[in-house]
Design a binder for this molecule. Structure first.
Ligand code: ZN
Length: 373
């Protein structure tokens, strides 16, 4: 059972955006890894608070959470927002500003933990990619333009004199238990052990400059709205000997005009006239990547569901594909001319027109049950 996000932050459901932010800042500072070195329960609370804040600080996600609880963010499989928890890099790159200047290594975003010099990680970049149903159904390669910070040419570094390249500094503190020695990340170099020595004029204070780069993203079939993909090393470069951050891609899905998605299955509402239902017909329907023609037997009943196996969305986990479920609706005319009216009046009481549901003509509810069994 996941903890309630409001309880994690210690606020009521009616808290304002400012109150939510304030509550998160308080928790983040209390459980910050720099303040609780080696304390895994503090780290856990730090991550939980960030996850709660990520959801509650976003009006859309907050509304979904208020309505559906944690289930609104589960079932992603691909690591949906909040689903699998957040890692430290995400937290610092996303909410780093909330800590003010004193924490999180300035704009670097990385937190390596452990002792000694660390490889500072560049901050992550976030983009949204909007996909059509056809693109989702079979997967797609998307090329996107990303503005990322890269190390400017001609930048040089030297060993940090504060920590002598060790990346951390030791502090002696007087506590009730006596003098304690604690290690902290060097604030001069952010833990990398190096600081900027010389830089060209077109770079920023960290020796980075912004370039536009085309990044190709392989999007697997079957992704869903709100999922997040990671393209490693396509975020911002880190200064010095660090590693680049990641490009985090949030998936948005566009609605199809006729096909409605449900998991890997697609639903299609087909309308036929009474005469088509009586005499049988063939109809073209929308499918993934184009149209398909299906045959309707003479005497088909309204409410019948035709299943086109494997014509749905390719499963994200790689096990086959869903189906297209064609719901047959017989359209009853609202207006008739004299001749038509006479015909139907003549058919009243005619044995062929009397409903005779068979065992195989299952009720709507039975069909729905079958579909999910
Ligand atoms: Zn240093």
């Amino acid at each position: 059972m996941k903890e309630d996000y409001y309880e994690i932050l210690g606020i009521s459901k009616s808290a304002t955006a400012a109150e939510i932010k304030k509550a998160y800042r308080k928790k983040a500072l209390q459980y910050h890894p720099d303040k609780n070195p080696g304390d895994s329960s503090a780290e856990e609370k730090f991550k939980k608070s960030a996850e709660a804040y990520e959801i509650l600080s976003d009006a859309d996600k907050k509304a979904r959470y208020d309505q559906f609880g944690h289930s609104a963010f589960e079932g992603g499989g691909g690591g949906g927002f909040g689903g699998g928890g957040m890692n430290m890099d995400d937290i610092f790159s996303q909410f780093g500003d909330i800590f003010g200047g004193g924490f999180g290594g300035g704009g670097f975003g990385g937190f390596g933990g452990g002792g000694g010099q660390r490889r500072v990680k560049g901050s992550n970049l976030r983009i949204r990619v909007s996909l059509t149903l056809d693109e989702i159904a079979n997967g797609v390669e998307k090329k996107v333009k990303v503005k990322r910070k890269v190390q400017a040419e001609g930048v040089t570094y030297k060993t940090c004199s504060t920590c002598n390249g060790r990346g951390q500094v030791t502090k002696i503190q007087n506590t009730i238990l006596g003098r304690m020695q604690t290690a902290a990340v060097c604030s001069t170099c952010g833990g990398s052990g190096q600081i900027l020595d010389g830089k060209p004029g077109d770079s920023d204070a960290q020796g980075l400059k912004v370039v536009e780069e085309t990044v190709s993203i392989n999007i697997p079939a079957g992704v869903e709205e709100g999922m997040q993909l990671k393209v490693p090393n396509k975020g911002n470069d880190a200064p010095g000997n660090g590693v680049p951050g990641d490009l985090l891609v949030a998936i948005e899905t566009q609605e199809h005009s006729t096909l409605k998605r449900e998991g890997d299955n697609l639903h299609y509402d087909l309308y036929v006239s009474i005469s088509e239902a009586v005499l049988g017909t063939s109809k073209e329907i929308d499918a993934v990547g184009g149209k398909v023609r299906i045959k309707l037997e003479a005497g088909i009943q309204s409410g019948k569901i035709l299943r086109l196996r494997g014509k749905g969305i390719t499963s994200l986990n790689g096990y086959g594909a869903g189906d297209i479920l064609v719901h047959v609706n017989v359209w009853t005319p609202k207006e008739l001319n004299k001749e038509q009216k006479e015909f139907f009046e003549k058919m009243q009481g005619n044995d062929n027109f009397e409903p005779k549901p068979e065992k195989s003509d299952k009720s709507f509810f039975e069909k729905v049950k079958d579909m999910f069994s």
